[in-house]
Write a protein of this length. Structure first.
Length: 203
């Protein structure tokens, strides 16, 4: 008999000072039996870091929420969809393969990856060349120690205060506090693409 997912609830008071986003989030996370607390909390962190995009990308006419998680690998970990049904933001956490990311780029306006864990750098060295061809993709890394600290906040019922300031997400709750700062892995590639697109075309 297949094991069922465990349901976690999180009430998050978000103050994203960097983007002027202040909101309360009532979140439900279904943790697959094979999913760790660390990965589940990474999903929550990814959503908190991008909640401002509801307003910034879509003028408030959108919803950001979790996908089905590990029980449905065809869905993202976090999804921002506007009210026309258009997928504005597709977010994955962990160390995904290049083919699913290429498929995600064909469905969404933007794709983000938040890699974490002790093997994140090894994964990136093996994937960098393959992912460079995906213009919609941005890749970030969470330091392993930060991810582990965040996992210690996991509880079936969480009341969290989240603040984003100068690129750092700080989560505080009854079980303590954790601060994480995602580091851009393919920023140089993204900047090169931007500069190339801004060059005047030759006539």
């Amino acid at each position: 008999m297949a094991l069922k997912s465990t349901i976690f609830k999180a009430d998050v008071q978000l103050a994203d000072i960097d983007h002027g986003c202040y909101t309360d989030l009532q979140l439900t996370l279904a943790r697959h039996p094979s999913e760790t607390d660390e990965r589940m909390m990474m999903r929550l962190a990814a959503l908190a870091l991008n909640a401002h995009q509801v307003q910034d990308l879509c003028g408030g006419d959108a919803h950001i929420g979790f996908g089905a998680g590990l029980s449905s690998p065809e869905e993202p970990d976090v999804l921002l969809r506007d009210f026309t049904g258009r997928i504005r933001l597709w977010i994955e956490v962990g160390q995904p393969d290049d083919k699913p990311l290429a498929k995600a780029c064909s469905k969404a306006d933007q794709v983000l990856v938040y890699a974490y864990g002790a093997q994140a750098d090894v994964w990136w060295r093996g994937m960098e060349g393959k992912l460079a061809r995906l213009p919609k993709l941005s890749v970030w890394r969470f330091p392993a120690a930060d991810a582990q600290a965040l996992a210690r906040l996991a509880a079936r019922g969480m009341k969290l205060q989240a603040m984003v300031q100068e690129g750092v997400l700080t989560l505080s709750g009854d079980l303590g506090q954790a601060a994480i700062q995602p580091q851009a892995l393919n920023l140089e590639t993204a900047v090169e693409r931007l500069l190339s697109s801004e060059k005047p075309r030759q006539r």
